[in-house]
Design a protein around this ligand. Structure first.
Ligand code: HEM
Length: 396
């Protein structure tokens, strides 16, 4: 029995065999670096619904890691690292921008963007789904949510990647140097956008400026929120789109079914989210001693819940390892649970449905590389392909 380590190369490539072992033999497991790993669905839900499994300690871990300066100040303010009451205050401010009625205004833009991005590929009959569709779509959608121009996508994407690399256990000294340089430019950009903004409009920036005037949100918190939402909002959707399409490509009969019956797209998206989620894990630190599944966990212990494992729990799903878009949908753990349930779930589903629906219509769509050559980006919390080359019959 070895200690589970999500940074191990074979686990990053395919974590599911390790999850099986954990689910079956050690559902609350003391893994590498003294971290607890929780795998069963009911236990994951219990942890995510319990405030004693908190985030403040995790914030300290990352701000110490990136060192003093603007980067740690921005990282320190992000909603994902706050506990109550700050978490609830910030969620209250930004929440209305994520309601289905507020997001419906983005639907035409998302459809047009998918169309635009697919146009050059349609003529060629080939594309890399990750670079040509997933990242540019997800980035433009989150800029639309914020009320920032789509033309800024390239610059914003560069800063976001550089900052994101500092928030990984494998970050090098060079990654840190680039991250610090990028956050300075990123912050200037957000400050300029705020200064130029009129206060009308239904987008997130307008909402946050109004909250700032009512003293509900500081200027630093606005900058942090913009930076975080751009990063988390687009890395997640882009990775999920690649993972989901790959699941469909591995099951051509189900891809064909989606092509013939487009009303199955929403169900197919739910199964893609369950089967191979972009966010594999969420981390907490205990503020008290707690007993979980017969194990004694101590105050200050780090606890990682594994959504990717919970989604394969045989106690919750029939045939958990079968990808089946026709199964009766049982909600998965892919957007988390409890008070931190993903704010962007509706926006993510909108993009995944539009993009996967459009991809499924491409005639004779297939993987254009051997499955052994598919590589994952070297990250632990997020799971996403580095490239996903596909081919299909060109138009005309
Ligand atoms: C929270 C997954 C897309 C914004 C979360 C959490 C998960 C998650 C698992 C819970 C984190 C925790 O408990 O620590 C995903 C996945 C996505 C996605 C798989 C895409 C398929 C988005 C998008 C946005 C977004 C598009 C929009 C900007 C957020 C925010 C939170 C969050 C703000 C924090 C909520 C809070 O702390 O109260 N997401 N997400 N997500 N997500 Fe997403």
């Amino acid at each position: 029995v070895t200690a589970f380590d999500p940074t191990a190369v074979d686990v990053q490539r395919d974590p599911y065999p390790s999850y099986h072992w954990l689910l079956r033999h050690d559902p609350v497991h003391r893994g590498a670096h003294q971290v607890w790993y929780v795998s069963r669905f009911a236990d994951v839900r219990a942890v995510l619904g319990d405030e004693r499994f908190a985030r403040t300690g995790i914030r300290r871990f990352w701000t110490d890691l990136v060192g003093p300066g603007l980067l740690s100040q921005i990282v320190g303010d992000i909603i994902l690292f706050q506990d109550e009451p700050d978490h609830g205050r910030l969620r209250g401010v930004v929440g209305p921008a994520f309601s289905p009625s507020a997001l419906r205004r983005l639907e035409p833009m998302i459809e047009a963007t998918v169309d635009d991005l697919l146009r050059p590929a349609r003529a060629l009959g080939a594309m890399d789904v990750v670079a040509d569709l997933a990242y540019p779509l997800a980035l433009r959608a989150v800029l639309g949510l914020l009320g920032l121009p789509a033309d800024d996508a390239d610059a914003v994407g560069c800063w976001s990647r550089a900052v994101g690399r500092t928030l990984d256990r494998g970050a090098t000294a060079e990654d840190m140097r680039r991250g610090h340089a990028a956050i300075a430019e990123f912050t200037d950009y957000v400050e300029r956008a705020l200064a130029e903004r009129r206060d009308d409009g239904a987008d997130l920036l307008a909402l946050m400026l109004a909250a700032h005037r009512s003293r509900l949100m500081s200027r630093n918190e606005i900058v942090s929120t913009v930076v975080t939402f751009i990063f988390t909002g687009h890395e997640t959707v882009a990775s999920q789109l690649g993972n989901g399409l790959l699941s469909l490509l591995h099951h051509p009969e189900q891809l064909e079914l989606v092509r013939r019956r487009p009303r199955l797209v929403p169900q197919a998206v739910e199964e893609c989210l369950r089967f191979d989620p972009a966010v594999q894990s969420n981390t907490r630190q205990l503020t008290a001693d707690v007993e979980l599944h017969g194990r004694r966990l101590r105050r200050d212990d780090i606890v990682v819940v594994l959504a990717g494992a919970a989604n394969r729990d045989p106690g919750r799903y029939d045939r958990p390892d079968e990808f089946d878009i026709r199964r009766d949908p049982v909600p998965s753990m892919s957007f988390g649970a409890g008070m931190r349930y993903c704010l962007g779930a509706y926006l993510a589903r909108l993009q995944l449905r539009t993009a996967l629906g459009a991809m499924a219509t491409l005639p004779d769509l297939r993987l254009a590389t051997s499955p052994n050559e598919l590589a994952y980006q070297p990250r632990t919390m997020f799971r996403g392909l580095a490239r996903l080359p596909v081919a299909f019959m060109p138009a005309g």
